[in-house]
Write a protein that binds this ligand. Structure first.
Ligand code: SIN
Length: 507
């Protein structure tokens, strides 16, 4: 049987899977505050498990608001110190470059940890190290290009100077699905701008975060610039971030529900917040599409990280003329996917990250079944692989009443809906309150521009299923969030614009 691999970005690396070594120099068991590796004040810890096997792979401090306050204090002290403030942009850039080089050198060790705690296939983990590190490289370069402006004044003897200054202390709350890239996309920009940060990594994947912080320390990033608070009780820590006057900004990637709560909690302090929340990405295949290319795009868009990606396609709209061909081809490809533990050779689909995710995905498929949808492949748990494995699934004849039609499944499920014409496709694609990414395949140039402009999303993939890149602005519209990450716009979340009016100049 010929197995077509899902193409992973940055696939510079061979697909040799190695077991997670018992000894990994970057495997940490303490959090990081003010340049010191520390336990929780309470001494409490929590387990980190491998979702493929259920085995415990480490323990980290279970911190609370008191620990988080120490981290904020350290970040504030450092932010206000002359040593940090007086660094030039070039010096901050050099530190980020050192960090980038060290992450590159330690790619295998980081990827091993990532696969062990997230379940991601090892090739994808290596791909994420490269992808995540591209943000460190990008923001090392951008650090030197945070330009101000001098605008001609409308009044005599005056100059209008516009300057960008760092925001201050930024709290970064990051998810488990990209345990490295979501940290570097935020922290890279924040440090480039001159901020200091407190990171709260996801409870499922704190070990990847701690591994790269060890490298940040080695890279010469001064104490107090990056602080990491590990916890499995996120609410009190998130609350403190929102309420503390010493935190000037929050950046959160995660669910829309939590994002809304943080947004509300930041209202009192009129605190800067950037939110990268859930999506419900449409993937439209028009009659004019190259169907083979569309299937390639669908596979990478849907099955990257087992479908646990905010920009994953959630609803596939396929036009009548190419529907049967698309369904036939994608079914073949889905049935060929190799499933197993992430460190297994050639594995493309790992487990879901935890029981909650597993229940959500299987619940959505059961609900679609109840609404008379057809499950043409998959649709079941795979206990022979482990407790958290779910079969890659295709659902057709989807009823709009099924949950999967309106909500993000965040799992390996392709839901296909047939449509007649362009207008119907756009109307259905835009019928969601989410608007992160959208994809469509068409070889008709007029259609390409029409549809790209009309999709209500922050990012559009035209004849492309994988669009994330350091140089491109990542973010959504509607309830998918506010702000942008990556690109030169990513810096804007971490700077204040200051206007300086220079008056009474003698010319
Ligand atoms: C996400 O799922 O939140 C991030 C995906 C990406 O950066 O491509």
């Amino acid at each position: 049987m010929i197995r077509k691999a899902i193409t992973i970005p940055h696939k510079l690396f061979a697909t040799v899977a190695k077991p997670v070594p018992m000894m990994n120099n970057l495997l940490k068991s303490q959090a990081y505050i003010n340049g010191c590796w520390v336990d929780a004040i309470s001494g409490d810890t929590f387990e980190v498990k491998n979702p493929a096997t259920g085995n415990v792979i480490g323990h980290v401090p279970n911190m609370n608001a008191k620990d988080a306050q120490l981290a904020i204090d350290a970040a504030k002290r450092t932010y206000e110190s002359d040593e940090w403030r007086n660094l030039t942009a070039k010096q901050r850039s050099s530190m980020l470059k050192n960090w980038y080089n060290l992450i590159n050198e330690h790619c295998q060790e980081i990827a091993d940890i990532m696969t062990a705690e997230s379940g991601k296939p090892i090739t994808e983990s290596k791909g994420e190290v490269a992808y995540g590190n591209s943000f460190v490289e990008w923001f090392a370069e951008e650090a030197r290009r945070i330009y101000g402006e001098i605008v001609p004044s409308s009044l005599p003897n005056r100059e209008t100077i516009i300057m960008k200054q760092p925001l201050g202390v930024a709290a970064l709350i990051t998810p488990w699905n990209f345990p490295l890239a979501m940290i570097t996309r935020k922290a890279g920009a924040a440090i480039a701008a001159g901020c200091t940060v407190v990171i709260k990594p996801a409870e499922d994947t704190p070990l990847t975060a701690l591994a790269i912080i060890e490298l940040a320390e080695k890279a010469g990033i001064p104490k107090g610039v990056i602080n990491v608070v590990t916890t499995n009780k996120a609410a009190p820590v998130g609350d403190l971030f929102c309420k503390s006057p010493d935190v000037q900004g929050i950046s959160f990637t995660g669910s829309t529900e939590v994002g809304k709560m943080l947004f509300r909690n930041c209202a009192d302090g009129i605190k800067r917040i950037s939110l990268e929340l859930g999506g419900n990405a449409p993937f439209i295949v028009f009659n004019s599409a190259d169907v083979e290319k569309a299937v390639d795009g669908a596979m990478i868009s849907k099955f990257r990280n087992c479908g646990q990606t905010c920009v994953s396609s959630n609803r596939f709209f396929v036009q009548e003329g190419v529907y049967d061909r698309f369904v036939e081809l994608i079914k073949q490809r889905v049935e060929d996917l190799k499933i197993g533990a992430g460190d297994g050779d050639g594995v493309q689909i790992g487990p879901l990250v935890n029981k909650m995710q597993f229940n959500k995905v299987s619940g959505f498929v059961d609900d679609a079944r109840k609404h008379n949808s057809k499950i043409i492949t998959g649709g079941k748990a795979l206990p022979e692989h482990g407790e958290l494995f779910y079969a890659p699934t295709i659902v057709t004849d989807l009823s709009p009443a099924a949950k999967i039609y309106t909500e993000e499944v965040f799992g390996p499920v392709v839901s296909i809906i047939k449509f007649k014409d362009e207008q119907e496709a756009i109307q259905k694609a835009n019928s969601s309150r989410r608007g992160l990414a959208g994809y469509f395949y068409s070889e008709n140039l007029q259609q390409v521009f029409r549809v790209a402009k009309r999709l209500e999303v922050g990012m559009v993939g035209v004849n492309e299923g994988l669009i994330s890149a350091a140089e491109a602005p990542f973010g959504g519209v509607k309830e998918s969030g506010i702000g942008r990450e990556g690109s030169h716009h990513g810096i804007d979340e971490y700077v204040e614009i200051k206007y300086i009016c220079m008056g009474n100049l003698k010319y």
